[in-house]
Design a protein around this ligand. Structure first.
Ligand code: UD1
Length: 328
């Protein structure tokens, strides 16, 4: 296929380009770093003719600094996707693979012994300050058991980035309905691997720990370190994009969790990375960020069934390589 890859010069985009080319596709890149912008219709009109599918990775990522970031998140992620979809319709491009995120769920899934599957709201500042990190049942305050979230769970974006990722999914679903196009949303979990950007307010925890280790500082593990995430290697993310190119249904957007299905605690990740790096060992600080959710782990079953996708990189091996891999 002839594929337009947006965000082609970024951390994930660079790896997606390689995987697509290795699978025999012809890739055209578009990236602000190489002089193109998804928000500029004329740039899209230059690269879209003859394209069979778009892999849309271009986005402003991360948690950001404060509300001053809102216009930029909305502009790059929401407006940019709107301009892209309109251009795809003009050029009769009928396939979209969208880089989405597990942050669209808010908290992951939890089971209460009495009330079954429940959805706790944001954690209260006084609970976090008192070291009560685990969310409780919203009905009876019982301790909860984290479960695997599935794609049709209710969505609950809790920050600017999450809101714009969900807006992208909604825009793409509308585009699919109206044009008969096929859209697939890949809800990435916590991506890590070579070329990951250094420590910035927009970086995920793996990059923050890796940058700390490189400069001889101990990774600072927030809360009690027992919060769980699903760390997935960027090579697996790239393979998921290749698999998604031929998936989905005309007129629909189909979301997929792109996860390993083998969650780890943040404390465990810090310890594995620090030991592979040769120290210093992590410290658990009890600090917290109000916007953080406690556990997010997902079922990879739908992606396995429909895309034939299974994450292949072993956690320990992936973290050992990442401990010395170059950062972006
Ligand atoms: C991250 C990304 C999000 C992306 C998602 C899935 C950021 C800021 N968040 O969300 O954009 O969509 O993965 O790929 O990029 N922590 C520490 N020490 C630190 C920093 C963080 O212990 O120095 C902890 C946090 O408290 C949290 C966990 O690590 O419990 C994960 O944090 P982070 O990677 O920032 O955010 P996610 O919610 O996982």
């Amino acid at each position: 296929m002839k594929v337009l890859l947006t965000g082609s010069a970024g951390f994930i985009g660079t790896h997606v380009a390689k995987a697509l080319e290795a699978a025999g596709h012809e890739v055209t890149g578009l990236d602000t770093r190489t002089g193109g912008d998804v928000r500029t219709a004329a740039d899209l009109d230059r690269v879209l003719p003859g394209v069979d599918a778009v892999a849309h990775q271009a986005a402003k990522v991360g948690l950001g600094v404060d509300v001053a970031d809102l216009p930029d998140y909305a502009s790059v992620n929401v407006y940019g996707t709107a301009v892209l979809l309109a251009a795809m319709a003009r050029h009769r491009v009928t396939r979209l693979v969208l880089a989405s995120s597990m942050v669209v769920y808010g908290e992951g899934a939890y089971d209460c012994p009495r009330h079954g599957r429940v959805r706790p709201g944001p954690r209260a500042a006084e609970d976090l300050a008192a070291g009560r990190f685990e969310p409780r049942c919203p009905h009876c305050a019982a301790p909860l058991r984290p479960a695997e979230i599935e794609e049709d769970a209710p969505l609950d974006p809790r920050n600017a980035y999450a809101t714009t990722k969900l807006a992208q999914e909604h825009l793409a679903a509308g585009w699919a309905r109206e044009t008969g196009g096929t859209a697939v949303a890949l809800r990435y979990h916590n991506v890590y691997g070579p070329g990951m950007p250094r420590d910035t307010p927009y970086s995920g925890v793996a990059a923050i720990f890796r940058s700390a280790l490189e400069s001889g500082r101990a990774p600072r593990v927030f809360e009690d370190g027992r919060q769980r995430r699903d760390f997935i290697h960027v090579h697996d993310i790239a393979e998921a994009n290749t698999a998604a190119l031929t998936a989905g249904h005309p007129g629909h957007l189909t979301p997929y969790n792109i996860a390993t299905g083998r969650p780890r605690t943040v404390g465990e990740m810090a310890a594995t990375l620090a030991s592979a790096h040769g120290g210093p060992p992590p410290v658990t600080t009890g600090e917290y960020r109000l916007g953080d959710v406690r556990h997010v782990t997902a079922s990879p079953a739908r992606a396995a069934r429909d895309l034939g996708f299974r994450a292949r990189m072993d956690f320990t091996q992936g973290m050992h390589e990442f401990a010395t891999a170059p950062l972006g």
